[in-house]
Design a protein around this ligand. Structure first.
Ligand code: ADP
Ligand code: MG
Length: 245
């Protein structure tokens, strides 16, 4: 279970402070997929980066299985980070490394010995269906294949939580499906809790159990996908939930 409590985060801009998160509270049950949607600038990436412990919030708590991660420092913080796999926004693979080399990176950082590393990389490539692309460089892969490798890399250290920031934003519908399948497999086969940032309600409907709608750094809706989609027209956030077929 991930619990985000009253998270705030501001950035100092040239024209004063920008409030990116304005008291965000969210609960994601273990082994479920939660979508985070909302307009550009609403704080989605900042929320994901805070939960990933890549950004320190100004106040609030982030509890994973009861432990507040915000209060951690030093080696405890580094250990907590390893529990959280991240698929960053945009193209994030290292160009000069093969697909297998990218997936191996977190294992190298963690000091996993070579033979174990190779076994684990093999398992992960199998999970994302790209065993035959192990030796390919990112430039030789399609956008969807690159994102699947990014998911495999995020899962390398066996995290309990997976965060994906707009993992399908640059992809066509068909390729999007292959990436969503991989996220769903991570949840179903590894029991990972997934938080996926997206502007695509199709993504929400296909793999999310719950969805949180952010606007101006606040959660304005949070609930079961089926309830919110069914109700979208009659709610204040209706305009933020694009009509679905
Ligand atoms: P989203 O991912 O929903 O588009 P972000 O979380 O990226 O939104 O941004 C939320 C707000 O915080 C925006 O106004 C953005 O300009 C601002 N912001 C995000 N990161 C930074 C940063 N590192 N420095 C300054 N402002 C930032
Ligand atoms: Mg973003």
């Amino acid at each position: 279970m991930i619990t985000v409590e009253n998270l705030t985060k501001s950035f100092s801009g040239r024209t004063g402070a920008v409030v990116a998160l304005d008291g965000v509270t969210l609960e994601v049950a273990a082994g479920t997929v939660c979508g985070v949607v909302g307009p550009s600038g609403s704080g989605k990436s900042t929320l994901a980066r805070c939960v990933a412990l890549l950004e320190r919030p100004d106040s609030g708590a982030i509890r994973v299985d009861g432990t507040d991660l915000v209060s951690l420092g030093g080696s405890a913080l580094r250990a907590a980070r390893r529990q959280i796999g991240v698929v960053p926004q945009g193209d994030s693979l290292l160009r000069q490394r093969t697909a297998a080399g990218n997936v191996a990176l977190p294992l190298e950082s963690a000091g996993v010995p070579g033979p174990q590393r190779r076994t684990r990389v093999g398992e992960l490539l199998d999970l994302v269906g790209l065993t035959d692309k192990a030796g390919s460089y990112p430039d030789q892969l399609s956008g969807g294949q690159r994102q699947r490798i990014a998911v495999a890399r995020a899962l390398a250290a066996n995290p309990s939580v997976l965060l994906a920031d707009e993992p399908t934003s640059a992809l066509d519908p068909e390729t999007t499906g292959s990436v969503l399948t991989v996220l769903d497999r991570a949840r179903a086969e590894l029991g990972v809790t997934v938080l996926v940032v997206t502007h695509d309600m199709g993504v929400v409907r296909r793999i999310c159990d719950d969805v949180a709608v952010l606007d101006h750094g606040r959660v304005i809706e949070h609930g079961k996908v089926l309830d919110l989609v069914a109700d979208a027209g009659s709610r204040t956030s209706g305009s933020l939930l694009p009509s679905v077929d």
